[in-house]
Design a protein around this ligand. Structure first.
Ligand SMILES: Nc1nc2c(ncn2[C@@H]2O[C@H](COP(=O)(O)OP(=O)(O)O)[C@@H](O)[C@H]2O)c(=O)[nH]1
Ligand SMILES: [Mg+2]
Length: 389
């Protein structure tokens, strides 16, 4: 945690988060590392900065290779309602899952490291789709391998992860523990959080606007402004869900820890010793993280993956309509807690500015066609008609 960082170190972090290019980010982090005093209280943030630097250098390097002649592409453009990456050791069935659950054709092979680049595929869930992304395997015995940096880059950028472990492994429980530890060390937390905070810098916004869907624990909006000011953040939207402390806000600025919704997928249900291994595995599974067991090749056992991702991602579907017309069959996908004005913004900036009122049908409406204002909280499957000037 940025525990009592000197002002110049904070300024460097501000520079880092303002940086547009990878080169600028690398420079700002290097400067940060030389500005931060070395003691126990700054250990975590220094470790975060060093790892982030390694990842950025890796990304820069691979861009250069790509420019030089088409090396592997690292990032996959998002599609559908959410991007979900499959991660895990080699040969656990990541590519098989992608094949059995989506339209994609990943390389499945009985030898490790057959997947060398990320491959996307779409998983249908009711009327939306999730983008699953197969990744190269984690090299758990070499935590600082460049392959791992690439996978972590994908995880950071994704909306959720599926951690895949196989009962055909000698020690599936140990595999899971190692994957979780690896993610944790890279600042990725997969257990549901008490509170979530997002700070979005926004030039079109004057001052700090707080969207409160939870509680600010032990601090006021003035304290929040003062803290953000130290990091030269003057125009931003701060979203708060659940119980959030001022430290949580500070931590969120530099994503030293980042919550990533996760599902654990256990494969090879008929492997030798599966029952015994599954019992040990159960002991290391984290509270609040859903688990599915099935055969990755046929997809049997993973039928509810879409539904579980939907719940874990905490999203809702909103169908918009024009007056006297049928609702659009393609829903907007928003977060749980989203309001009418969030939906309007998603459709068009102007619509949010010119918003007058809305009409609602569905779960959040007291009666069909209820007239509501901008701050009305939406629910999954609502139908929304926005009236603007
Ligand atoms: N019996 C069985 N074999 C599987 C399962 N998942 C994967 N395999 C096999 O294990 C090997 C490695 O699978 P693959 O999907 O390439 O693993 P990856 O390295 O994690 O992508 C392949 O020969 C698959 O056919 C499963 O759930 N059950
Ligand atoms: Mg593979």
């Amino acid at each position: 945690m940025p525990a009592n960082l000197p002002p110049e170190a904070k300024a460097k972090l501000a520079k880092y988060s303002d940086a547009k290019s990878i080169e600028e980010k690398i420079q700002a982090l290097e400067e940060f590392l030389s500005a931060v005093p070395k003691h126990k209280g700054t250990e975590n943030i220094r470790q975060w900065a060093r790892r982030r630097l390694a990842e950025l250098r890796e990304e820069l390097e691979s861009r250069r290779r790509r420019r030089g002649g088409g090396g592997p592409r690292i990032f996959i453009e998002k599609a559908g309602a959410a991007q979900v990456v499959l991660v895990g050791p080699p040969n656990v069935g990541k590519s098989s899952l992608l094949q059995s659950l989506t339209n994609a054709r990943a390389q499945v092979a009985p030898y490790p490291f057959s997947t060398t680049r990320p491959v996307p595929g779409m998983l249908q869930y009711e009327d939306i789709q999730f983008q699953l992304v197969d990744t190269p395997p984690l090299v758990l015995d070499q935590p600082d391998s460049p392959v791992n940096n690439r996978v972590i880059g994908l995880v950071r950028n994704a909306d959720a992860v599926i951690i895949v472990v196989s009962l055909a492994s000698d020690d599936p429980a140990g595999d899971l523990v190692r994957v979780l530890k690896f993610l944790e060390e890279r600042g990725i937390v997969v257990t549901p959080q008490k509170g979530i905070v997002r700070v979005k810098k926004d030039r079109s916004q004057t001052g700090i606007r707080v969207i409160l869907r939870g509680r600010m624990v032990g601090f006021t909006e003035d304290d929040l402004r003062r803290l953000l000011g130290q990091y030269r953040i003057y125009n931003a939207v701060v979203e708060i869900e659940g119980d959030v402390t001022l430290e949580d806000v500070e931590e969120s600025l530099f994503s030293t820890r980042m919550y990533k919704p996760a599902v654990i997928a256990i494969t090879h249900p008929r492997a030798k010793g599966a029952r015994r291994k599954a019992l040990r595995l159960k002991k290391v599974i984290l509270e609040g993280v859903p688990v599915l067991v099935g055969d990755a090749r046929s997809g049997r056992g993973f039928e509810r993956l879409g539904e579980i991702l939907f719940k874990t991602l905490r999203i809702i579907r909103i169908y918009t309509k024009q007056p006297n017309k049928e609702p659009d069959p393609n829903p907007l996908v928003l977060r749980v807690g989203a309001t009418v004005i969030d939906a309007a913004k998603r459709i068009h900036k102007d619509l949010a500015r010119k918003f007058k009122y809305a009409k609602i049908w569905g779960p959040s409406a007291k009666y069909p066609g209820q007239r509501v204002g901008a701050s009305h909280v939406l629910a999954d499957r609502d139908i929304l008609e926005i009236h603007a000037d």
